[in-house]
Design a protein around this ligand. Structure first.
Ligand SMILES: *[C@@H]1O[C@H](CO)[C@@H](O)[C@H](O)[C@H]1NC(C)=O
Ligand SMILES: *[C@@H]1O[C@H](CO)[C@@H](O)[C@H](O)[C@H]1NC(C)=O
Ligand SMILES: *[C@@H]1O[C@H](CO)[C@@H](O)[C@H](O)[C@H]1NC(C)=O
Ligand SMILES: *[C@@H]1O[C@H](CO)[C@@H](O)[C@H](O)[C@H]1NC(C)=O
Ligand SMILES: *[C@@H]1O[C@H](CO)[C@@H](O)[C@H](O)[C@H]1NC(C)=O
Ligand SMILES: *[C@@H]1O[C@H](CO)[C@@H](O)[C@H](O)[C@H]1NC(C)=O
Ligand SMILES: *[C@@H]1O[C@H](CO)[C@@H](O)[C@H](O)[C@H]1NC(C)=O
Length: 265
């Protein structure tokens, strides 16, 4: 070999290993799977094949695929409640969820569903998208204020159910005068309210469209992902970085590239 090609050799291997890093080889520990119409992959993971003691993905991003008798339904749970995963956009890092109770795939599909709980994101790295509008339902009220919509199909006895769009009534605690027993706040996509001419009868249809969340990277995970690794967890070791070649690291996958280069130099 000529001296010049010996000089260039390390650069050749450098380029090889760089392109291997950016190619999509495999992450044997991070399988993707299809559930219903949704492809579940990193940073989401499958609660049926992985478990709370080992997963490749973000904590709390486990998706359970269960059969509702007709089809496979991807579900995610947080704050003690289940949500139907309608779709995931991995490029935009957004996910469309529907409160399972009021979803079109619920066991009992109801055109006048009663929301039972708030959406509690806890400490998950999720934010409501900018298209979100909050709907607050006030149950068992003595009456409804003029800015709210009365939901007759949910009413029992003489008590009223009132729907407040965008929490207009939270300012100045106007609700005190109506002695409501319970308030539940849920979130919808503002645009979808146009699907129904009348919110009083069509709110169920709007709830079925769900809401949109954005997710973002977990702090501890930056280094791992920046080195083309995928973050995960194993109960025996804690945080783990899963590398493309199937190995794991407690930090990131950068060590692998360095080793490769050292070897060739
Ligand atoms: C890597 O995998 C993702 C999803 O698995 C896919 O969207 C992307 O196109 C792949 N990239 C390459 C270079 O194959
Ligand atoms: C999948 O998509 C089809 C067509 O859009 C829809 O009818 C079906 O309910 C969807 N299934 C699930 C589980 O979302
Ligand atoms: C998935 O959901 C089903 C039905 O809700 C439940 O029976 C099952 O235990 C869940 N599986 C896991 C691994 O969470
Ligand atoms: C999420 O939303 C909160 C409040 O709207 C904001 O302070 C925070 O910066 C957002 N986080 C991200 C990562 O967008
Ligand atoms: C809607 O309610 C949630 C809490 O459920 C809150 O975090 C969010 O900021 C509210 N969004 C708007 C637009 O008021
Ligand atoms: C709530 O307040 C917003 C902003 O003031 C307003 O645009 C909207 O029409 C109000 N909604 C209702 C139902 O009154
Ligand atoms: C990890 O989980 C496995 C399976 O549940 C269990 O047997 C083991 O004791 C756990 N190890 C630790 C260190 O918690």
């Amino acid at each position: 070999m000529s001296p010049i090609s010996i000089l260039l050799l390390p650069f050749f291997f450098f380029i090889i290993s760089i392109s291997a890093q950016s190619n999509n080889l495999t992450y044997p520990n991070c399988p993707s799977y299809d559930c219903g119409n949704v492809t579940v992959r990193y940073p989401f993971w499958n609660t049926d094949s992985e478990s709370a003691t080992q997963f490749c993905g973000y904590e709390g991003f486990g998706i359970n695929c269960s059969d509702n008798g007709k089809q496979n339904i991807p579900k995610i749970s947080f704050g003690g409640d289940s949500y139907y995963v309608q779709s995931i956009d991995y490029e935009l890092e957004t996910v469309f969820l529907v409160d399972y109770d009021v979803s079109p795939v619920a066991t009992v599909r109801d055109s006048c569903p009663r929301v039972k709980h708030n959406i509690n994101l806890g400490t998950l790295p999720f934010n409501f998208s900018m298209f979100s509008v909050n709907l607050s339902f006030h149950f068992d009220c003595d009456g409804c204020p003029s800015f709210a919509t009365e939901i007759k199909c949910l009413e029992q006895n003489d008590k009223k159910v009132c729907l407040d769009v965008m929490n207009n009534g939270t300012v100045g605690s106007v609700w005190d005068a109506y002695s409501c027993d319970q308030e539940v706040v849920t979130t919808v996509i503002g645009e979808k309210m146009k699907l129904v001419p009348n919110l009083a009868t069509g709110f169920g249809r709007v709830l079925e469209e769900g809401f949109e969340l954005r997710w973002w990277g977990v702090d501890d995970c930056d280094g791992c992902e920046a080195s083309d690794g995928r973050c995960g967890y194993r109960n025996a070791t804690g945080f783990l970085c899963f590398c493309m070649d199937g190995t794991t690291s407690k930090g990131d996958c950068r060590g692998k590239l360095v080793t490769t280069l050292k070897f060739y130099f």
